[in-house]
Ligand binder design. Structure first.
Ligand code: DQA
Length: 144
């Protein structure tokens, strides 16, 4: 069974409590449950993680590279400034593995600093602004 890594950056562990007007009221454990069930229905194994630590996120992308896994990535605020995470993602996608960047909100409709993603240019695709459905669509695509 194919395994797909679903990685979440800083502050996403506080979903539901964090700015619900922007990110909705689904909490992180509900997100994990929803994506785990969807994976079962799609016939893929999901490995869902969250970290506030840039180094840990980079290590997880390296792990995906080594194990030839596709990735759903919500880089959270790292989206906007982490060249090191971008380099790790480029290593993955340039070797033919797929990485879909997802966002719960639509960063383009928010503050100016969120309009630029340093990740998008090396992602296979980007899905933003659809709430938790951004993840569902990405996982469904990678499972196909
Ligand atoms: C986010 C958007 C980012 O700008 C923000 O820093 C996040 C969450 C989203 O899912 O909408 O933490 O990636």
């Amino acid at each position: 069974m194919a395994k797909i890594l679903i990685l979440n950056g800083p502050n996403l562990s506080r979903l539901g409590a964090r700015e619900p007007d922007v990110y909705g009221d689904t909490n992180y454990s509900d997100l994990v449950g929803t994506l785990t069930s969807l994976g079962v229905n799609l016939g893929v194994e999901t490995d869902i993680r969250q970290s506030n630590d840039e180094a840990e996120m980079i290590s997880w992308i390296q792990e995906a590279f080594d194990q030839k896994l596709d990735v759903v990535l919500n880089p959270a605020a790292f989206t906007h400034y982490s060249y090191a995470l971008r380099d790790a993602c480029a290593m993955l996608t340039k070797s033919g593995q797929r990485l879909i960047e997802v966002h719960i909100s639509n960063p383009h409709a928010r503050e100016e600093f969120r309009h630029n993603s340093v990740i998008s240019g090396v992602a296979t695709g980007v899905i933003a602004g659809l709430g938790i459905d951004s993840y569902r669509l990405a996982l469904t695509q990678l499972a196909s």
